[in-house]
Design a binder for this molecule. Structure first.
Ligand code: AP5
Length: 216
């Protein structure tokens, strides 16, 4: 599969992307995960991105595009790729279109995950994430908790709350989504590849996405 997952912060993009990637080995590229790993490792990209992320703002387009040009040229992407959290702005979507044409990669689907705002707010305040940059497994203290002593079930490292999970940053991220990312819905509708999925159950959503892709 070659697809983009769109949706507000907390809509479940990361959760659905991991379920989809498990089925056919497609590469999940989460710009949020890559940026958090860069911050943790203290790389130049991480240093430049950190303040934007902590404030719930988007990292500048040129930094994201530099990063994605490298990621999309990885060999595995030719077989299958799930873009989670990218593109996030109209300029990113236009640049991505050119890049995919150059790399001869054709998108099958843009899946827009729709979740009510009150559900999103609840999910974001109860999310926990594995602190291991190579793992970053997603948990939720209500719907999918880590071990009873707060460790990741996959790699055993501590599970933490993200730095952008403060109430202030969450509200800012939702505002940023409405202003900068929601216009991508119309962009991809015009491209003729967008489908909406009301996503209250991630497993069911992953299943519905697979059905659409199988008919493709
Ligand atoms: P990023 O990590 O992409 O954050 P986001 O889009 O805000 O998305 P989230 O990771 O918060 O949510 P999600 O939709 O993946 O939901 P999840 O599956 O975790 O980006 C972080 C920051 O990096 C941005 O703010 C920005 O600064 C920067 N950035 C990243 N990409 C960028 C780009 N392209 N351009 C510029 N800047 C960029 O689920 C949420 C919670 O809900 C979890 O606890 C999960 O367990 C739970 N949950 C999920 N589904 C269900 C369900 N069905 N039922 C119950 N609980 C559920």
């Amino acid at each position: 599969m070659k697809m983009i997952l769109l949706g507000a912060p907390g809509a479940g993009k990361g959760t659905v992307a991991k379920l989809l990637a498990e089925t056919d080995g497609s590469v999940q590229i989460s710009t949020g995960d890559i940026l958090r790993a860069a911050v943790k490792e203290g790389t130049e990209l991480g240093k430049q991105a950190k303040s934007y992320m902590d404030n719930g703002e988007l990292v500048p387009d040129f930094l994201i595009m530099q990063m994605m040009e490298v990621q999309l040229q990885e060999e595995g992407c030719k077989k299958g790729v799930i873009l989670d959290g990218f593109p996030r702005t109209i300029p990113q979507a236009k640049e991505l279109k050119k890049l995919l044409e150059t790399l001869r990669i054709k998108l099958d689907l843009v899946a827009n995950l729709k979740v009510p705002r009150e559900v999103i707010l609840d999910r974001l305040t109860t999310r926990r994430t594995c602190s291991n940059p190579q793992c970053q497994e997603i948990y939720n203290i209500k719907s999918n908790p880590p071990t009873s002593d707060g460790k990741c079930k996959k790699c055993g490292r501590s599970v933490i709350q993200r730095d952008d999970e403060t109430e202030e940053a969450i509200i800012k991220r939702l505002e940023t989504y409405t202003q900068k990312t929601a216009p991508l819905i119309e962009f991809y509708e015009q491209e003729g590849i967008l489908k909406n999925f009301v996503s209250l159950n991630s497993k069911e959503t992953a299943e519905k996405i697979r059905e659409v892709l199988n008919k493709h």
